[in-house]
Design a protein around this ligand. Structure first.
Ligand SMILES: [Zn+2]
Length: 237
């Protein structure tokens, strides 16, 4: 079975106070996505359609909180991207309607169902076992003795800084003949972009390592609200 681990970031922060979380998630814009699989290793994506096409080459998608969040963002952004920008010539993964025998539905909710059907969501699996939702950080701390490198809020800030510095400010400075300033703005933008990509890639690795630990040891650990390390039996394979 070919597995792919994945995570993505968005341009806006999800407003957790909104009652209809599902529609709030559907409205988010994709900023960057990372996948890891044995066959292709790490891949970074700047377009949801390219990421979706790549993911569908694999039989099982393994993520964290991915059914509710990543799959919705991916499906809606996949369809928007296709509608807004016809596939460009230089794009390596040009846009076939069929990916590895998978028919790509035209409607985002149908595409989300295609993703959901092949998704193994660690958060949901563990919630079914312990009765409440765990954070990736609690699992990474308990199982791997590692911590997440940032937050969703930071990822949004990094994205905005990267985009504005590279596009808006570097361009404006160059137009005004400040070439050194433009280069500096561009460099700083690239620095924030790299942090964003590392953050996303690190989460993919945390999910992968937690999954592999659980599959091998038939248990994972998390740190609970009182700081106690607790274990959960799993039957992952
Ligand atoms: Zn692969």
């Amino acid at each position: 079975m070919s597995d792919i681990f994945y995570d993505l970031e968005t341009k806006e922060l999800l407003d957790l106070t909104l009652e209809d979380q599902a529609s709030a998630i559907r409205a988010l814009h994709f900023s960057v996505g990372v996948t890891w699989c044995e066959c292709h290793k790490e891949q970074i994506f700047y377009r949801a359609d390219a990421m979706g096409d790549h993911i569908l080459l694999h039989e099982r998608m393994i993520g964290f909180s991915s059914r509710q969040f990543d799959n919705a963002v991916l499906a809606y952004n996949y369809v928007w991207t296709r509608l807004e920008t016809p596939p460009v010539k230089e794009e390596k993964r040009a846009a076939p309607k069929k990916i590895d025998k998978v028919e790509i539905p035209a409607q985002p909710e149908d595409l989300k169902r295609v993703f959901d059907a092949r998704t193994f969501d660690l958060q949901i699996d563990l919630e079914n076992r312990v009765g409440y939702r765990l954070s990736l950080n609690a699992l990474a701390q308990g199982t791997l003795r590692r911590e997440k490198q940032g937050t969703a809020a930071l990822a949004v800030i990094w994205y905005r800084l990267a985009a504005q510095l590279k596009q808006k400010y570097a361009y404006a400075l160059r137009e005004a003949n400040d070439h050194e300033g433009a280069d500096r703005a561009h460099e700083l933008g690239a620095y924030y972009q790299a942090r964003l990509e590392r953050y996303c890639a690190t989460d993919v690795q945390l999910v992968r390592q937690v999954f592999e630990y659980g599959a091998q040891n038939r248990r994972v650990f998390f740190v609970d609200f009182d700081g106690e390390r607790r274990n959960i039996k799993v039957d992952w394979r």
